[in-house]
Design a protein around this ligand. Structure first.
Ligand SMILES: [Fe+2]
Length: 401
């Protein structure tokens, strides 16, 4: 087993965390990407996490490292900073070289953007990508996206990597107008773990460790007005995290209002806040009473819920509940299933057939398309996209013969 003390190392924070390609997808924390390296399943699975987000609405994104015969398989790319490569070398020295890199999603831009750089960092690795890759606003081909075709295979069409120890399950494809939604989950038998990208998440009830590098996003959102200074207290970190997950999940949660511009400007540019780190005191948000209850409902009371992320459920799957249930039915055949490892939020999560059956029965019996409360904004967005013909009314029609 790799000791935790070996993983959290003395790091050179300035150079080792540099990510020069950040303008391709200009998300916080831009050119400086601290990485949290942890062992998830002893001697089998490891996690590398970085933050990615907009306007300090930053959530953890995970690259999962899996032990495979003779080496390592990387699932869901992340920017290969010096720090990440150095930490991966600890695993390579012990378990063998990175032999396989998998991009199991067709749509998740935050996962695909760093595949070319990661591929260059491991020139001997074979790449496996989900078919139907697309980009927005310009739809580039695989070559133009910078993915080296000579060592790239397509999941399903060319088979699957490491089938001796892994089983692969497709969720989708679905036509979502701008492109395709599809992700291919991996069941790694030696660890009894199901690896998913965006299909299921379990939101951490407290701020993830990754924010210990820099809690600014949490403290920024913990405030009530732009003229308040950012105060680092455990209460503010918690408050900021709950607001941040409401933002990330519902885009515009019910208890959030946008104050008039005159009020925003009146509270901006106050002493101590006149710099870009604090967005010059510009804080165009106001939270109404009851937002904590919304956060509790989202995350789960008592223990974190395993769920389809609200954005995915309401914008990708509103008319494709059956596809989601079919995917769960396939997972339901994995008798030894024990863990869920998602590319976002908490991992590993206890995940047995009991949890799979519960998700399936809830999806079948409870209302799937919710359009009230926190869901209202996502509902109106879906309605607009549908009305303008940007998303099809039948997301499966493009894939029928
Ligand atoms: Fe994602």
């Amino acid at each position: 087993m790799i000791k935790q003390s070996d993983l959290i190392q003395k790091k050179n924070y300035s150079l080792d965390q540099k990510w020069s390609w950040w303008p391709l997808l200009p998300l916080y924390p831009y050119g400086q990407r601290p990485t949290l390296f942890q062992e998830l399943i002893p001697n089998q699975i490891w996690s590398f996490e970085q933050l990615q987000g907009l306007y300090y609405v930053a959530v953890p994104v995970r690259l999962t490292v899996v032990k495979v015969p003779g080496g390592l398989m990387l699932v869901n790319p992340l920017p290969p900073t010096g720090e990440l490569i150095r930490d991966l070398k600890i695993l390579e020295d012990k378990y063998g070289p990175v032999s396989t890199i998998v991009l199991p999603t067709a749509s998740g831009l935050e996962h695909k953007i760093s595949l070319p750089a990661l591929a260059r960092a491991y020139p001997k690795a074979v790449l496996w990508i989900c078919s139907g890759q697309w980009s927005f606003p310009l739809n580039f081909s695989v070559d133009l996206l910078g993915i080296p075709r000579s060592r790239t295979k397509t999941l399903q069409e060319d088979g699957f990597p490491h089938e001796d120890i892994c089983s692969w399950f497709s969720l989708g494809p679905l036509d979502i107008g701008l492109g395709r939604f599809q992700e291919i989950s991996c069941f790694h038998r030696p660890s009894n773990s199901l690896l998913v990208t965006d299909a299921l998440v379990s939101i951490n009830p407290t701020p993830p460790k990754l924010f210990d590098f820099d809690p600014t996003p949490l403290l920024f959102h913990a405030r009530d007005k732009g003229d308040q200074l950012l105060l680092d207290t455990p209460e503010n970190r918690q408050k900021g995290w709950l607001r941040l997950v409401l933002f990330a999940s519902f885009l515009r949660p019910a208890k959030l209002t946008i104050p008039p511009l005159t009020e925003v400007l009146r509270n901006a540019f106050k002493p101590g806040l006149r710099n870009s780190k604090f967005h010059f005191g510009i804080f165009p948000f106001s939270w109404e009473q009851g937002w904590e209850e919304s956060a509790k409902q989202l995350i789960g009371v008592g223990k974190s819920r395993i769920q389809v992320a609200p954005v995915l459920r309401r914008l990708v799957f509103p008319r494709a509940r059956d596809s989601y249930i079919q995917w769960l039915d396939k997972i339901n055949s994995l008798n030894s299933l024990r863990w869920l490892i998602s590319a976002h939020y908490s991992a590993p999560i206890k995940f047995t057939l009991r949890e799979v059956k519960s998700l399936s029965s809830k999806a079948s019996s409870e209302p799937w398309v919710v359009n009230e409360g926190d869901w209202k904004f996502l509902d109106s967005l879906d309605g607009t996209l549908l009305k303008r013909g940007i998303v099809p009314s039948d997301p499966l029609s493009a894939f029928k013969d």
